[in-house]
Design a protein around this ligand. Structure first.
Ligand SMILES: [Zn+2]
Ligand SMILES: [Zn+2]
Ligand SMILES: [Zn+2]
Length: 87
């Protein structure tokens, strides 16, 4: 899928942390972490109880995320609700 929200996005933006700060403050656990490719915010995935990565999208409009783990590499757009073809 081609995404039209890539203008302010850095596909190579790395996660600055390996915790969901919002979950940590609540004392909750998360399943996976996602990094916002617009600003570097780290939040928990949709399989997690609090879905902070999605909440960040609703707050900021930053729609493009990727996995916070360097072992994986893909991009997802919340606005388009689909994976993005890089390049
Ligand atoms: Zn998009
Ligand atoms: Zn969270
Ligand atoms: Zn962001």
């Amino acid at each position: 899928m081609r995404c039209s929200h890539m203008e302010h996005v850095d596909p190579h933006l790395a996660a600055e942390t390996q915790v969901c700060k919002e979950c940590a403050e609540l004392g909750d656990a998360w399943v996976q972490l996602r990094v916002c490719k617009t600003c570097g915010h780290v939040g928990c995935c949709d399989s997690s109880k609090n879905r902070h990565a999605r909440a960040h999208f609703h707050e900021t409009g930053h729609s493009v995320i990727g996995p916070a783990s360097g072992a994986q590499d893909w991009l997802w757009c919340y606005e388009d609700d689909d994976y993005i073809d890089a390049g």
